[in-house]
Design a protein around this ligand. Structure first.
Ligand code: FAD
Length: 302
């Protein structure tokens, strides 16, 4: 109850104050900040996927601007020889305004990443974007079979059917590549599981199917129970180390991350950066209101 109340006041926290919390979870404001954080992760044996933070866009000029920014990021990351890939949210490129132009924007980004032998992950956004993002992925996968991947959300009831349908497109020349996460948006109970234990059960069911069918999976979670469940499945199916990786958000659960890396697993950290850190941070705070409680406490308790 308290957590919900705290979450509701998060957007009203002073910006300066949010930054105190955010700097742990955001690589900085400029591409150079993102490169230096990524390099230091690389030095600890961790790969990255970089994400330029952005708020909701209202026109296709903003979409073109975001596309050009991503093209610059790729050039900068590749010339700095960072061990990393790229994550993006299709709505930032016009998905809900002009899906065809959005496709063309993202196509240019994947094409450049592809030129460098890199990879682009399409983040999954809220439920109204799912069909459009599946279509986008299938189209891009057709042209860039090994250079693009999609995120799937275990809280959505439809995901099991989506996986089954996509498994038909899984071929040696054009393999599927998924990141599996719980899902972050506030969806209705008609379409989404709400109970943590059911979401976890579905997560492991989906993961089992993916690993069993030889799909490369980015196991994106900080939940110890899921990491443990994943470990058991990897062992059960003797999944080779180059067929999965663990993924975590920058700044979250570093001890667990070190443990997973120490056990010899590949780890990729999602590194968000950019001027729009404020919107990203308030969303993170709302997800984890315990953090917000700590922040509120620190205002009063010196
Ligand atoms: P939880 O049970 O939520 O968390 C386990 C523990 O981790 C918590 O107790 C807490 O200690 C810690 N923790 C988790 N999240 C945070 C946080 N934000 N701040 C501080 N501590 C935290 N969701 C989407 O809908 N679409 C995406 O494209 C997407 N991409 C993602 C990419 C990566 C690499 C990761 C790691 C997550 C992504 N997510 C995405 C978010 C995901 O869906 C979950 O909301 C988020 O990861 C929390 O779920 P969890 O599995 O870590 O379990």
């Amino acid at each position: 109850m308290i957590n919900k109340a705290v979450a509701s006041v998060v957007p009203y926290f002073p910006k300066k104050f949010i930054w105190m919390f955010s700097k742990k979870y955001i690589a900085g404001v400029t591409v150079q900040d993102a490169i230096s954080v990524s390099r230091s992760l690389n030095m600890h044996g961790v790969s990255v996927t970089v994400d330029l933070l952005g708020e909701f866009i209202h026109n296709m000029e903003q979409a073109s601007f975001n596309r050009d920014e991503y093209l610059k990021i790729i050039e900068a990351f590749e010339s700095a020889q960072v061990d990393g890939t790229y994550s993006l949210k299709p709505t930032s490129f016009g998905l809900l305004i002009d899906p065809e132009e959005c496709y063309q924007n993202i196509r240019m980004i994947v094409s450049l990443a592809s030129k460098y032998g890199s990879f682009v992950r399409i983040d999954m956004e809220d439920s109204k974007c799912v069909d459009l993002e599946l279509t986008l992925y299938k189209r891009l996968k057709h042209e860039f079979p090994n250079r693009v991947g999609l995120v799937l959300q275990a809280y959505l009831k439809r995901t099991a059917d989506d996986v089954d349908a996509m498994l038909k497109l899984h071929t040696p020349d054009s393999p599927l590549n998924f990141r599996l996460c719980k899902g972050i948006y506030n969806e209705s109970e008609e379409i989404a599981y709400k109970q943590g234990s059911i979401i976890n059960e579905n997560y492991l069911k989906l993961l089992e199917k993916m690993l069993y069918r030889g799909v490369y999976v980015g196991i994106a979670t900080h939940d110890v129970a899921l990491v443990e469940g994943a470990r058991k499945l990897i062992k059960k199916y003797q999944v080779p180390k180059d067929m999965y990786e663990f993924q975590m958000l920058y700044g979250v659960a570093p001890e667990l991350r070190n443990k997973i890396v120490g056990d010899g697993n590949k780890m990729r950290v999602y590194v968000p950066y950019g001027e729009d850190w404020f919107g990203y941070s308030t969303r993170r705070l709302k997800e984890n209101p315990k953090m917000a409680q700590h922040i509120i406490k620190s205002i009063f308790v010196k």
